[in-house]
Design a protein around this ligand. Structure first.
Ligand SMILES: Cc1ncc(COP(=O)(O)O)c(C=O)c1O
Length: 447
C-alpha cells in the first residue's frame, strides 16, 4: 500500500499494476512484462505512446510559454489556433469553444452555459437536461448527475433535482427491447417515451438532451438503425438542443472524425476530451453553436459576467499538444485508418458471437464489447460484475488489457494506430480469456 487514494477503486484494495513505460500500442509493467493496450488507457490514447512529434510540440510550447490564463479575455496564440481548428472541424455552424482539462469539467461548463443562456435569453426556466440510462458523462457533482451508472451515484447524494436532470431510456436494444419487439419498434418507442417526458415536464423548461453517439462506459451500446434520426425529430419539434458528448467517440473512434457524423446527430453543443490530445496532456473543449453564443453575447452586459473558468482553461501545453495531435490525425488520415482496421476488428470480434458465454457482441469502428451471460437463449445475466472481471484479469495475465464494465460486458477500445496484426493478437488473447472464463464459471457452477 502507498499513500494514494485511487480513483474509481475499492479504497480497501491495494495496487494492482505499476505501469512503468509504454511505446506504440504497448505498455510495460514494473517487472518488464508487455501488454497490448486494448483499452487505449481509458478510451483515450488514440495515437499510442511515445510519439516524438507530440513530445517535441510539448517541449517547444513549454519553452516558449509555459502558462498563461484566459480570464478577462486574456489569451495566447496556441489557444486561438486550437479553438479555430476545432470550430472549423466540428459538425456545427460557427462553433464557439471553451477550453478545460477534462471531460467532466467540459460537461459542467455546458451545464452552466445552459443556465447563463436561460437568463440572457429571458427564459429562466429553460434549464433542465435530459440524460439517458447507462450514459456516462463524468464524475464531478454536476456531471455525475448526468451520468447514469449506479457506482457513480452511490454514496454521493447527488443533486439531480436541483440540477434539473431528467432521465430517459438508453439505446440498449439487447437489454431494453420488449419480447418480440423489432429494432424499428424499439426505436419508435424510445422516441415516444422521449416526447412524453418532454410534454410532461413542459418543453419550455427543457434546454437539451445529452447523449454519447455510442455509450462507452455504460457498456459500448451502439444505437439501432435510425435511433438518432428519431430522437432528433422529437428534439427539433420542441426546440430541445442535442448535446453530443464526444469524449470517447470524437476523433476517429467510430471510423469518422466525430461520432455525430457516423450516427446522424445534429448537435448544438459538443463535449471533447480524451483523444483531443491523444491523452498526452489533459485538455478538453466545450463547444456551442454560434447562435447560442450570439444570444448570450447580446445581453451579457446587462446580466453580468459569466463567472466560470478554470486556472487551466486554455493551458498553453494542452493547446499546443491538441493542435499537433489534430494535425497528425489529418495528415496521416487516422480516421480512415480507424475505419479500415475497425472493420477488421468488428469482423474478428463478431467471431465470438457463437461462444457459449457471449450473449451480445456490440461495436463500431475501433470500439466494441461482448456481454457475458449465464444463458444465451434466455439472455439470463450473471449477478454482479465478477464474471467480466475474471475475464479481464485472465486477459491481463496473458498480456492484454481489456475492461470489465457493468452488466458483465467486457470492452475493447485500442489505440487507433494499431494494424490488423495487433487486432489478431488482441482477439487471440481475448478468445483465450473467454475460454478460461468458461472453464471457471463451469467449475463454480455459475451456469
Ligand atoms: C462520454 C464521456 N463523457 C465524459 C467523460 C468524463 O471525462 P473525464 O474522465 O476526463 O472527466 C468520460 C470519461 O470516460 C466519457 O466517457
Amino acid at each position: 500500500m502507498t499513500s494514494m487514494i485511487y480513483p474509481t477503486t475499492n479504497p480497501a484494495m491495494s495496487e494492482t499494476m505499476v505501469v512503468a513505460r509504454a511505446e506504440g500500442p504497448y505498455i510495460y509493467d514494473k517487472q518488464g512484462k508487455r501488454y497490448l493496450e486494448g483499452m487505449a488507457g481509458l478510451w483515450c490514447t488514440a495515437l499510442g505512446y511515445g510519439n516524438g512529434e507530440i513530445i517535441e510540440a510539448a517541449e517547444r510550447q513549454m519553452r516558449e510559454l509555459s502558462f498563461s490564463h484566459m480570464f478577462g479575455g486574456k489569451t495566447h496564440p496556441s489557444a486561438i489556433e486550437l479553438a479555430d481548428k476545432l470550430a472549423a472541424m466540428v459538425p456545427m455552424q460557427d462553433g464557439r469553444v471553451f477550453l478545460g482539462s477534462s471531460g467532466s469539467d467540459a460537461n459542467d461548463t455546458l451545464l452552466k452555459l445552459i443556465r447563463y443562456h436561460a437568463e440572457t435569453s429571458g427564459q429562466p426556466d429553460r434549464i433542465k437536461v435530459i440524460a439517458r440510462e447507462q450514459g456516462y458523462h463524468g464524475v464531478t457533482l454536476a456531471s455525475a448527475a448526468l451520468t447514469a451508472i449506479p457506482t457513480n451515484h452511490a454514496h454521493f447524494q447527488l443533486p439531480f433535482e436541483a440540477l434539473g436532470v431528467l432521465r430517459t431510456g438508453s439505446a440498449n436494444y439487447y437489454r431494453g427491447a420488449n419480447d418480440g419487439e423489432s429494432e424499428a419498434d424499439f426505436v419508435a418507442r424510445r422516441a415516444e417515451e422521449l416526447e412524453a417526458l418532454i410534454l410532461a415536464e413542459g418543453p419550455e423548461t427543457i434546454a437539451a438532451m445529452i447523449a454519447e453517439p455510442v455509450s462507452g462506459a455504460g457498456g459500448v451500446i451502439v444505437p439501432p438503425e435510425g435511433y438518432f434520426e428519431a430522437i432528433q425529430t422529437v428534439l427539433d419539434r420542441y426546440g430541445v438542443w442535442l448535446w453530443d458528448d464526444e469524449v470517447i467517440c470524437g476523433f476517429g473512434r467510430l471510423g469518422t472524425d466525430f461520432g455525430a457524423n457516423k450516427m446522424s446527430m445534429r448537435p448544438k453543443m459538443m463535449t471533447l476530451a480524451k483523444a483531443l490530445s491523444s491523452a498526452y496532456v489533459p485538455v478538453s473543449a466545450a463547444i456551442v453553436q454560434g447562435d447560442i453564443a450570439d444570444c448570450i453575447n447580446a445581453s451579457a452586459t446587462e446580466v453580468g459576467v459569466f463567472g466560470h473558468g478554470y486556472t487551466y482553461s486554455g493551458h498553453p501545453l494542452g493547446c499546443a499538444v491538441a493542435s499537433k495531435v489534430i494535425d497528425i490525425y489529418v495528415r496521416d488520415k487516422i480516421f480512415d485508418h480507424a475505419a479500415t482496421v475497425g472493420d477488421y476488428l468488428q469482423a474478428r470480434l463478431n467471431e465470438f458471437a457463437d461462444h457459449p458465454l457471449v450473449g451480445e457482441v456490440s461495436g463500431v469502428g475501433m470500439i466494441g464489447a461482448v456481454e457475458l451471460v449465464a444463458d444465451k437463449a434466455s439472455r439470463q445475466p450473471f449477478d454482479g460484475m465478477k464474471v467480466g472481471q475474471f475475464c479481464a484479469k485472465a486477459a491481463e495475465d496473458n498480456g492484454l488489457v481489456i475492461r470489465p464494465l457493468g452488466g458483465n460486458r467486457v470492452a475493447v477500445c485500442p489505440p487507433l494506430i494499431i494494424e490488423t496484426t495487433h487486432v489478431d493478437e488482441l482477439m487471440e488473447k481475448f478468445g483465450a480469456a473467454l475460454n478460461l472464463t468458461l472453464d471457471w464459471v463451469t467449475a463454480e457452477r455459475l451456469i
